[in-house]
Ligand binder design. Structure first.
Ligand code: ADP
Length: 396
């Protein structure tokens, strides 16, 4: 079956068409600047990107342009849209309502809408994308795959914040966690390639991208994760602060005369390794600056690695041990320097890295030494493929 995978943001829409039998990507791309002016990027497998500036007043026009590109006689990858057997949509927040992926119906979308307050920037955009697809592709089965669902197995002691219990009961204030599709995909794949029995395993997944989170996966189920009610909590990220004393937030707000939105913007967009270094949120730029002797760039990278290592220590305690640590996402997959720096803190666990193997970039590989007490792997994530698999499983 050919599956269209859609990841819709407020002004952008990423897409892939995946043949679920071969698991090959047939075409991919994105629509940018929706509602502003509009640009379509379309890339059939094995060919260069084709970029077209074209008006996209709403997401509906964006989806229409994607569908047109897919069946374009010149470089389309489908003869007709009827070849698309299902659509898988990424949805950011499923609250406590969704513990797994779900077939999209009117009733299901109502439940998604009820989670909007928890992710006001993301969920409404996801729903707009879904509605645009439903209008243009009536009758095609669609599935919603949630960033939060995998983490719904966390026990209360891990997901509760120590605030008045009524705030949880009345407003759903708790840790939800994100990147669930990636943590699920990578933990399963890590078990598969290493020969560890997923159902009898202690795995820590470090998803280190621009957004970064880490999870403790016990016997195949998430038992803790670093992101919280929103993706702001936990690790130091590209532009997000991660963990911080709320009093520091109040103090900055007062000093800088910022309201709630202003201070949240500072924490989400101007903090993290960008805020510390003043150089960039991109690790390639940071490492180049560090090499040139930039002290703040070095501090940013040091803080990032230290925080990851601390969480690995914490999650080892949470699971009473760790069998395997898996690095994934942009930095985790590509950056041996960062992986090495993190693992240097983990000697007490018997973690030993094979320096030669750790040169790997973007490929599945064991990077621990043969006498390491903990297996360490690089496992490239593939959220689109995970969404396509979930979609097929639910519509078949
Ligand atoms: P997101 O999906 O959250 O936007 P990614 O997973 O794409 O983020 O990760 C982006 C980060 O990965 C950037 O900091 C970038 O520098 C880093 N990255 C990507 N490729 C490489 C590479 N080859 N070497 C070092 N860092 C890389």
């Amino acid at each position: 079956m050919k599956v269209l995978v859609i990841n819709c943001g407020s002004s952008s829409l990423k897409y892939q068409v995946i043949d679920s039998d071969t698991e090959k990507v047939l075409a991919k791309g994105l629509c940018e600047r929706i509602g502003i002016d509009g640009r379509l990027v379309y890339q059939p497998a094995g060919s260069d990107k084709i970029k077209t500036d074209v008006a996209m007043p709403t997401h509906k026009e964006a989806v229409k342009l994607v569908l047109d590109a897919l069946v374009n006689p010149e470089n389309g990858v489908l003869k007709s849209l009827s070849e698309i057997g299902a659509v898988g949509h990424r949805i950011v927040h499923g609250g406590e309502k969704f513990t797994r992926s779900a077939v999209i119906t009117d009733e299901m979308l109502k439940k998604v809408e009820e989670c909007n307050e928890l992710a006001p920037l993301h969920n409404p955009a996801n729903i707009i994308g879904i509605n645009a697809c439903r209008e243009l592709m009536p009758g095609v089965p669609m599935v919603g795959v949630f960033d939060t669902a995998f983490h719904q197995t966390m026990p209360a002691k891990a997901y509760m914040y120590a605030v008045p219990y009524e705030d949880y009961e009345k407003y759903g204030v708790r840790r939800y966690g994100f990147h669930g599709t990636s943590h699920s995909f990578v933990s399963k794949r890590a078990a598969e390639v290493s020969g560890v029995d997923l159902h009898n395993s202690k795995i820590i997944v470090a998803h280190l991208g621009n957004g970064a989170s880490i999870s403790a996966v016990l016997n195949g189920e998430s038992v803790d994760t670093s992101m919280g009610l929103s993706p702001l909590e936990g690790l130091v990220m590209g532009t997000r602060s991660g963990d911080i004393d709320p009093t520091a937030v109040q103090y900055i707000a007062k000093k800088e005369n910022l309201d709630f939105d202003g201070v949240m913007n500072l924490l989400n967009k101007k903090s993290g390794v960008l805020g510390i270094s003043g150089v960039s949120s991109d690790f390639r730029d940071l490492l180049a600056a560090e090499e040139e002797g930039n002290k703040r760039a070095k501090l940013a990278v040091d803080m990032f690695c230290y925080r990851v290592a601390k969480y690995i220590g914490a999650y080892t305690a949470a699971m009473n041990g760790v069998d395997l640590i898996a690095f994934t996402a942009g930095v985790g997959e590509n950056n041996g320097f960062v992986r090495e720096q993190i693992c240097e803190y983990l000697g007490f666990l018997g973690v030993k890295i094979d320096a030669e193997a750790n040169k790997v970039a973007g490929e599945e590989k064991k990077i621990s030494a043969d006498d390491s007490k903990v297996l360490v792997y690089v496992i490239p994530t593939n959220e689109e493929l995970a969404i396509a698999r979930e979609t097929v499983a639910l519509v078949k």
